[in-house]
Design a protein around this ligand. Structure first.
Ligand code: RFL
Ligand code: PHB
Length: 391
């Protein structure tokens, strides 16, 4: 089998790239190691930047998002048992974000690709990428018990943090810069209406807590836990009690409880692989970079990467112009590092580090109070949260 662009991974990066290329008439094939149901139900991100919303609309994938997504014009920072709102439109020239789950973005993109007759092969695991220094790269993959080869003009690895793409560059590449954080997130999905209208990012001496949502009936909540914590140590009652403690205010606010339908613990890391291209192999999304989820940036970075890449591939296919492909890694990494910095700032601002001392605590509290009282300080959070321009 031959295609112009071979895409590894049917997460948001791979699927959106496939759709954007298809809209430009560029042939592509997506290989995904997991089954469709697994990919469609993996609980992850919930916040779409304004720019991500715009790209989904331009790609034709926004019909359901525009009906069911919930626009949010601010977030609440909660500390010292009180609420402090950050208003996005007034601080960013009218921008805001959209609450629409990654699971739904993925379902919408798969349905679109299917309706257009696109090739997304599930349970097709890429096992090797070769020939990237020449003009004819290949992806070896295993599908329904048989070995196959996909010949391509370009390969884009959208295969996430545990994929093979990054490891298919020559020895010594890519260079990795990373930091492991001394905490993890316990996330739950609960069948209960959200107890707030906007997301609450809470800092408490016992650790961070986040109240997010999926719909008017479903809440999504997170707790900072120890990286070695096991989910068995967190029965539902303990989770709700701990959330109550960390969200407690002096104004009588209460957290609604309901049946927990999903719970899991995710480690937090910061990770960047550079460059994001070698020869005819390109990396996009989590395959190249990970941010801790506190800034809600992972999915949005994946979308930004493939938006750049789709335009670059189109310029090359249409006009033989390679300059955008040549500039891809540098352009993408500038945005990646901005998101790394913002996500790191939000993480240290809101989490309680087990190794911190009184000086760290006092600095954090001062920073929180500054954000709550100064529009200039709040504007730096707001403009990063709603998303900076693509380039
Ligand atoms: P994905 O979604 O991991 O998809 C990669 C796909 O590649 C497949 N794969 C392979 N396929 C074929 N052959 C192989 N050898 C393969 N190896 C792997 C995998 O099965 C998978 O389907 O990466 P992608 O597309 O780059 O998308 C990235 C996002 O998923 C990720 O950044 C976000 O979910 C991060 N994130 C958040 N991002 C936001 O923008 N806003 C948020 O609010 C937000 N919240 C979160 C998050 C991530 C979280 N977790 C679980 C890490 C909250 C959490 C808790
Ligand atoms: C989510 O809704 O899953 C979510 C929201 C904001 C974050 C992280 C995750 O910062």
């Amino acid at each position: 089998m031959h295609t112009t662009v071979g895409i590894i991974g049917a997460g948001p990066a791979g699927l959106l790239l496939s759709q954007l290329l298809h809209r430009q008439g560029i042939d592509n094939v997506v290989l995904e190691s997991r089954g469709r149901a697994y990919v469609e139900h993996r609980q992850r991100a919930g916040i779409l930047e304004q720019g991500t919303v715009d790209v989904l609309r331009a790609s034709g994938a926004a019909e359901r998002m525009d009906r069911q997504g919930i626009p949010h014009a601010g977030i609440e920072l909660r500390f010292d048992r009180a609420a402090h709102r950050i208003d996005f439109p007034s601080l960013t020239g009218g921008r805001q974000v959209m609450v629409y789950a990654q699971t739904e973005v993925v379902k919408d993109l798969i349905a679109l690709r299917e309706a257009a007759g696109g090739t997304v092969l599930f349970e097709a695991e890429a096992t090797a990428v070769t020939g990237i220094d020449g003009d004819h790269p290949r992806i070896d993959y295993r599908h329904q018990g048989a070995e196959h080869t996909l010949d391509c003009d370009l390969v884009v690895a959208c295969d996430g943090f545990h994929g093979i793409g990054r490891h298919s560059m020559p020895e010594g590449l890519p260079r990795v810069t990373q930091r492991d954080h001394p905490f993890a997130w316990l996330g739950i999905l609960a069948e209960v209406p959200p107890s707030c209208q906007e997301l609450i990012y809470a800092q408490h001496e016992r650790g961070f807590a986040l109240h997010s949502m999926r719909s008017a009936e479903v809440s999504r909540l997170y707790l900072q836990v120890d990286p070695d914590d096991r989910i068995e140590a967190w029965p539902d009652q303990r989770i709700w009690d701990e959330l109550d403690t960390r969200f407690a205010t002096d104004d009588g606010w209460t957290l609604r409880r309901g049946p927990i339908t999903e719970k899991s613990i995710t480690p937090m890391r910061s990770f960047v692989a550079e460059p994001m291209r070698h020869g005819r192999l390109f990396l996009a999304g989590d395959a190249a970079h990970i941010v801790p989820p506190t800034g809600a940036k992972g999915l949005n970075l994946a979308v930004a990467d493939v938006t750049l890449l789709a335009a670059a591939v189109a310029a090359w296919q249409r006009d033989g112009d390679q300059s955008l492909l040549d500039g891809y890694s540098e352009t993408a990494l500038r945005r990646v590092w901005r998101a790394e910095h913002f996500s790191h700032t939000m993480t240290t601002l809101l989490h309680t580090d087990p190794g911190e001392d009184e000086f760290d605590r006092r600095l954090r509290l001062s920073h929180l109070r500054y954000l709550a009282s100064s529009p200039a300080a709040a504007a730096t959070i707001a403009e990063n949260y709603v998303g900076l321009p693509l380039t």
